[in-house]
Design a binder for this molecule. Sequence first.
Ligand SMILES: Nc1ncnc2c1ncn2[C@@H]1O[C@H](COP(=O)(O)OP(=O)(O)OP(=O)(O)O)[C@@H](O)[C@H]1O
Ligand SMILES: [Mg+2]
Length: 254
Amino acid sequence: MLARWIDRVRINTVEPSWREGRRIFIKRRLPYLAPVLLAGNVFLRLSRSRIRMFVGAGEWAAWERTSFELLHGAEGSAGPVGRDALYTTELPGIPLLRLAGEGELRAAAVRAAGVELARAHGLATPARGPWSHGDPHLANFLYDEAAGRARLVDFETRHEPDLPAIDRHADDLLVFLLDLLGRCPEASWPELAREFLSAYGAQPAIERLRGRLVFPRGLERTLWACRTNHLSSERLRGGLRRLASALDGVAASG
Ligand SMILES: Nc1ncnc2c1ncn2[C@@H]1O[C@H](COP(=O)(O)OP(=O)(O)OP(=O)(O)O)[C@@H](O)[C@H]1O
Ligand SMILES: [Mg+2]
C-alpha cells in the first residue's frame, strides 16, 4: 500500500518548449512541496535508500544544472527559469522504460547504458568528488540508437554526502538492475543484466554490489517494491540469486 502511494507522489512537472531555436525541457517544482519532501526524506532515510531529495528549490536546480553540464555540457546546456524551474536542452533518444514497455529493450541499449554509467562515474565535481546519479532507473536513461549511446537525465535526488564513491556507484548499479528485473520478462532480464554489467566493466563497484544483493526487510522492502515495479517476494528472491551469478560472470571476465 505504502509503496503504491509513494509511486503516485509527484514533485515536479516536465514540459517541452523552445529556446533560441532549440527544443528544451522545462522542469518545474510543484508549489507547497516542503512537507512532502521532508516526509519523503524521512522515508528515504528509514528505508536505507542512501539518497535524499533537495528540500530547497535553489539547491535542487543547482545540482540538476551541475550534473547536466558535467555529463552533457559538450552538447547541451541547462539553466534557471525563474525561481522554481530549470531548463535543459533536449538530448536525443528514447527512455529505456518505453522500450521495455514495448518489449523492445535489447542488449545494445542496456550495453549503452552500462558504458554511459561507467563514463558518468568517472567524472567528478570539485565539491562532491566522483559523481553518482542516485536514481538511474530505466526512465532516466535515453537510448540514442543512431549514435549507439545512452544518456542520463533527471538529477532530482542525490546520494548522502558521506557515502564513499564506491558505495554510491554500487547503489546506482543496483537501482538500474532492480528496475530491469521488475520491468522485463523472466526470460530476458538475466541476459540484459549481464550485458549491462559487462559493459559497465569489472570495476570495484561491481564487487561492492555483491554485498547489496540481500533480500530487504521492513521499510527497505517497501523501497524495493517501488524500485522493482512491485515484484513479488518470490521473484525478487530468485532475481537476487541470478544477479549474483551475473556478477560472477563479470568478475571472471574482468
Ligand atoms: N534534456 C532532456 N532531453 C530529452 N528528454 C528529456 C530531457 N529532460 C527530461 N526529458 C524527458 O522527460 C522525462 C521526465 O524528466 P525527468 O526524469 O527529469 O523528470 P521526473 O519528473 O523526475 O521524471 P520521473 O519521476 O518519471 O523520473 C524524462 O524521462 C525524459 O523522457
Ligand atoms: Mg525521471
